[in-house]
Design a protein around this ligand. Structure first.
Ligand code: NAD
Length: 460
């Protein structure tokens, strides 16, 4: 008998539906179908594969409102932010539609007429790949992987997070409706056990978005098999506000960067360092921004902070606050769960924090932020880099040279000057240290779904 997956509304705790999870046999069957179907898909001209992606884009747009409602219902994302995620898809899809054919075209890199020699780089699909995904931006992190993977001629076994299963099913339905064969994009439904079963199949690559802890398990399984492995993991993303920064503007931008999606973004601002000369003014402005956030029903248009998607994260946040308090931090906003049905935590701001505290070291992934005063730029850089993670880092200052000096030293895959919590389809998305291996987005994030073949061609 198959185990049941319960889909719960995190805003109310009520059950939305129950679905049968895929067990090991189902997963093996999905793999076999994908393996059989992949060569035919790869044999289609890239333009035909991209035409299916273009039709997918149209159907997502046509259904955007109801897809946003489903996302809000199962993940708790405030409805305006769900709509933003769906709108944001267009730029990414357009990037892949415009760049894939050119990026994967065979490249002549050397010609020598006297030697009658041509050297070329060719790109071939990897084969059957697994896409094990997270719930916090299921459309964004999903399409970063499955769209270029499909466009490059791979078959994809797609495991949405168990917290975004209904969205995952919509994605599969829309792709199939757009002309991607059912055996080429195969949704695999379930939690960690289903993901682990997927990894036991003889797949050609695994593309994972999720936590560092799960990423380590995936890396171990994939490493033994020597298949392509890509991991987009968590972060503890720091921002430094210099003494010459516009305090009000930085406070507004960083409050949004820390609390958007209820703090559940991989690139949420998770630590703020502020030059001591402006620290008190910054904290005052920041707390005023946070106090103005509307917390409430995620279906309500006016809501900015919703519930946490996972109940278990409330304990993590409670522990981080208790640990920080015990070690001398001041709670200047929030600090505790909100008493109502579902998974709620008040937007929380801690000051007088330091790096002995978990809130400055471990990913919080919720509506909570620590603000630490620093004496100068060197101290800020040292603290920003004092992390097991390296996804993004930012600086706020009007001084371009100062910003570049600081960001050049930041150990992070993406760096931001006077902006934060930002992803561009044109730029590679990657992490250093514990934030991951490999990258998505940009033309490099298209190439990553192909294996290269080196052609040495001597005509005589
Ligand atoms: P998670 O690690 O709990 O789950 C991710 C996926 O892995 C889910 O689909 C889950 O079912 C699956 N899984 C769990 N155990 C498994 C196992 N043993 N084998 C195979 N699959 C398994 O992460 P989450 O809660 O879904 O996502 C939140 C995390 O993702 C945060 O740490 C966040 O920072 C990170 N994230 C990173 C990025 C990025 O681009 N770097 C983007 C989004 C989220």
């Amino acid at each position: 008998m198959r185990t049941l997956l319960t889909i719960t509304n995190p805003a109310t705790g009520s059950v939305i539906t129950r679905l049968a999870a895929d067990g090991p046999r189902d997963v093996a069957g999905a793999y076999a179908r994908a393996r059989a179907a992949q060569p035919q898909w790869a044999a289609r001209p890239v333009g035909k594969r991209l035409a299916a992606i273009a039709r997918f884009r149209e159907s997502v747009l046509a259904e955007a409102e109801s897809l946003a409602q489903t996302l809000t219902q199962e993940v708790g994302k405030p409805i305006r932010q769900s709509r933003n995620e769906l709108r944001g898809l267009v730029a990414r899809l357009d990037f892949f539609l415009a760049e894939t054919a050119r990026t994967l075209r065979e490249r002549k890199v050397y010609t020598n007429a006297t030697e009658h020699l041509d050297e070329r780089i060719g790109f071939e699909p990897l084969g059957v790949v697994a896409n094990i995904s997270a719930w916090n931006y299921p459309y964004f992190v999903g399409i970063n992987v499955f769209v270029p993977a499909l466009a490059a001629g791979n078959a994809v076994l797609y495991k949405p997070s168990e917290f975004a299963t209904l969205t995952g099913q919509h994605i599969a339905r829309l792709l199939h409706g757009a002309g991607v064969p059912e055996d080429v994009f195969v949704p695999v439904i379930g939690g960690g056990a289903t993901g682990a079963a997927l990894l036991r199949q003889p797949i050609d690559g695994v593309f994972f978005t999720g936590s560092h802890a799960t990423g380590a398990k995936i890396a171990a399984a994939a490493g033994r098999r020597m298949i392509k492995v890509q991991l987009e993991l968590g972060g503890k993303d720091p921002v430094y506000v210099c003494d010459d920064a516009d305090v009000a503007a930085a406070a507004a931008a960083l409050a949004d960067g820390a609390f958007y999606n209820t703090g559940q973004s991989c690139c949420s601002v998770e630590r703020i360092y502020v030059h001591e000369a402006i620290h008190d003014r910054f904290v005052e402005a920041f707390v005023a921004e946070v106090a103005a956030f509307r917390v409430g029903d995620p279906q309500d248009d006016a809501t900015y902070i919703g519930p946490l998607a996972r109940a278990a994260q409330i304990e993590v946040l409670k522990r981080q606050v208790a640990d920080a308090r015990r070690k001398g931090a001041k709670v200047v906003a929030g600090g505790a769960p909100i008493r109502r049905k579902g998974n709620w935590f008040a937007p929380t701001v801690l000051t007088e924090v330091d790096h002995t505290m978990a809130v400055m070291k471990d990913e919080s992934f919720g509506p909570i932020i620590g603000i630490e005063a620093v004496a100068d730029d060197d101290a800020a850089v040292a603290l920003m880099n004092d992390s097991a993670y390296g996804l993004t880092a930012g600086v706020y200052t009007p001084d371009a040279r100062r910003a570049k000096r600081i960001l050049a030293r930041a150990e992070a895959g993406s760096v931001y000057w006077n902006c934060c919590d930002r992803v561009s389809p044109r730029l590679p998305w990657s992490g250093v240290k514990g934030s991951g291996i490999g990258l998505t987005l940009s033309t490099l994030g298209i190439e990553t779904f192909a294996r290269t073949k080196a052609w040495h061609l001597r005509s005589a």
